[in-house]
Design a protein around this ligand. Structure first.
Ligand SMILES: Cc1cc2nc3c(=O)[nH]c(=O)nc-3n(C[C@H](O)[C@H](O)[C@H](O)COP(=O)(O)O)c2cc1C
Length: 247
């Protein structure tokens, strides 16, 4: 790793697009919009966005109030609150062109939406503790595993940052790079991270709107977090973490 490589990664390189033939241009079928799951998996219903009522929350106040929060009350989130947060960060508003793309509550380069959202749930009403994955197309939660000592494992994977696991729920985002690479090839990696920024900012604002708080975390151990989620670190890898709790 050197500084020049890092800086080069910040460049758009879009002027080189005409030299690149993407898999989409080769007519290779596109990857699925969402990671698949086994039939018979344990799914939990969430509250539909149409039924979520926050009252009148002034956006200006929410933006003004936003800051990184690292201390949370030992108070559970409701399913309605968690449903709101999940919808705010990845909620699907429309599926277009026969499943070619989704439009969501956040923008994404080429509407590719390469991120998956995992939750380490410790303190949410009516939801057993455990590791989950959000299914944006179904607006449901998939139980992956009831991991023992989940809090401590998350803290360890976040380099000992205790607030990362001392909260109600930790959001962990992975990227499936090929979803974006299929369309943009080697131009994808910068925009995947830009996508993640939008997602996490929505989590900040949505959290503040319901008297919760969050803090973006980039200082995590890649291998430990990937292993905890059960992803291979190449075709799917952790890119961002954010604990949420009541403030
Ligand atoms: C990409 C990114 C990575 C961050 N990683 C961490 C982290 O690992 N640990 C931490 O305590 N804060 C982390 N933060 C939070 C910043 O420290 C915080 O945003 C900054 O101090 C400004 O404070 P504010 O968010 O309250 O305005 C991160 C923020 C961003 C945007």
């Amino acid at each position: 790793m050197d500084i020049a490589t890092g800086r080069n990664f910040l460049r758009s390189n879009w002027e080189k697009r005409s030299e690149i033939i993407s898999d989409q241009q080769k007519n290779i079928p596109q990857p699925p919009l969402e990671k698949s799951f086994d039939e018979g998996s344990k799914l939990y219903d969430l509250i539909s966005p149409d039924e979520i009522d926050l009252g009148n929350v002034p956006l200006k106040k929410v933006i003004e109030k936003r800051k990184s929060r690292r201390k949370f009350k030992n108070v559970p989130l409701t399913i309605e609150e968690l449903s709101f947060l999940l919808w705010a960060i990845q909620g699907v508003k429309e599926i277009v062109k026969n499943g070619y793309a989704t439009f969501r509550t956040v923008p994404s380069a080429g509407a590719r939406h390469p991120l998956e959202t995992y939750l380490a749930v410790y303190n949410v009403e009516d939801l057993p503790k455990g590791l989950y994955r959000y299914l944006p197309l179904e607006h449901k939660l998939l139980l992956i595993e009831q991991v023992e000592n989940l809090t401590e494992k998350i803290i360890d994977a976040c380099m000992g940052q205790r607030f990362a696991g001392e909260c109600a729920v930790t959001f962990i985002w992975t990227a499936i790079p090929y979803r974006t690479e299929w369309r943009y090839s080697i131009l994808s990696h910068k925009v995947i991270l830009l996508d993640a920024g939008h997602v996490c900012q929505n989590l900040y604002l949505a959290s503040e709107a319901i008297n919760c708080g969050t803090c973006a975390i980039a200082a995590y151990d890649q291998q430990k977090m990937d292993e905890l989620l059960g992803v291979d670190g190449y075709d799917e890898l952790t890119i961002y973490v954010a604990p949420v709790g009541k403030i």
